[in-house]
Write a protein that binds this ligand. Sequence first.
Ligand code: ASP
Ligand code: CP
Length: 430
Amino acid sequence: MSQQQDLLRDAMRRLNLTRDAFSERLGVRRRALDTWLLPDDSGESRAMPEMVGKFVAEILQREALGAAVAGGAADDRTIGQRIAAEGKPHLLSVAQFDRGSLEDLFQVADIMQPIARRQKVTRILEGAVLGSLFFEASTRTRVSFGAAFCRLGGTVCDTTGFTFSSMAKGESIYDTSRVMSGYVDALVVRHPDQGSVAEFARATNIPVINAGDGPGEHPSQAILDLYTIQREFSRMGKLVDGTHVAIVGDLKYGRTVHSLIRLLALYRNLKFTLIAPPSLEMPAYLLELVARHGHVIEQTQSLQEGLRGADVVYATRIQKERFAGEEIEGYTPEFQVRKALVDAVCKPDTILMHPLPRDGRPGANDLSVDLNHDPRLAIFRQTDNGIPVRMALFAVLMGVEKQVARSMRDAGWRSPAHIGPDDADFDGLD
Ligand code: ASP
Ligand code: CP
């Protein structure tokens, strides 16, 4: 039945309809739609009537036909071809995506969910080897890219830090990349210099994924953030179009928000409130890019004002490692997102996000742990979503996305329905 959930979720995404509007379009009760969208193991999930499935497929077909007529010939290239960087299967920047390719990628991520939830397994990338090169600290990105590749049936070889790579002996990016390409089938690279991962990509024809290039971009993080927003919104009956996103923290060096704001700009009529002291404001070129797409941007130093009425609050860590000799000015406790303030100015359905890690050290004023039991806190749903999204990225860059569904088998072991002891009831469900 997970195929049914994928079909319905994808249809709502493509038609840009909330659950209420979609059930109206189908002529069914909202409650019925909700039960068709529940995961198979929820007890209340129901199979939708065959007729409804056919009707959904027909609406989607008509919609695609309409779009093709309006926009010229339909694009029958694969997702990998549509997002290619200078003709090569790399992921270097979110600028490679448009809304269509992003939503197609999310459909592949939906297909990966049963594998990410350990219900199914696949060997689709059997024999393939991932090279994971991290020249900066990482827990989530390094491990989840590795786990995603392994869950597709591949294996991982890695090196971490400059000390244990021959770059410590003066080897260039070009030589390192070319050498690695003879050993592995894809590379995931994190490096402290902006533009450096693109340099790795220029030296090879195997897929290269940017896992963070200094203060530049962190595209896979932004993609999983947007996927999370869509899934949270789908549960609540909201759309990304027209939403209010508040972003707080280090907007100057925070590469996750540099990528995220560009991706969100692909949607319509958003309002952004950007909250940071003057020394940590969002770079001007990004403000201009977002404004060119017709979105509203407000910059403020008042957390209370910036958070008021937001649908999404995205907090970030101060990127201390990027302050070469500079003083970190003005990141006072007034910038800390904490429960009392969220309760006072946010809505019951606001979602609270953070790319993580949270800096828990005294004086960091990062996202407060007093929100840990608040169901609005979506940070671990974000990290969990890293697996299906990164699996989808490997699948499209390596051209196997169409084979995944039929390659799946049942997993031979059982894992807990709720991975974390404090997960809310709806965690992992939608
Ligand atoms: N982990 C994210 C990054 O590497 C965010 C952070 O470190 O603050 O960009
Ligand atoms: N969000 C993120 O990139 O986390 P890591 O730095 O731990 O990889």
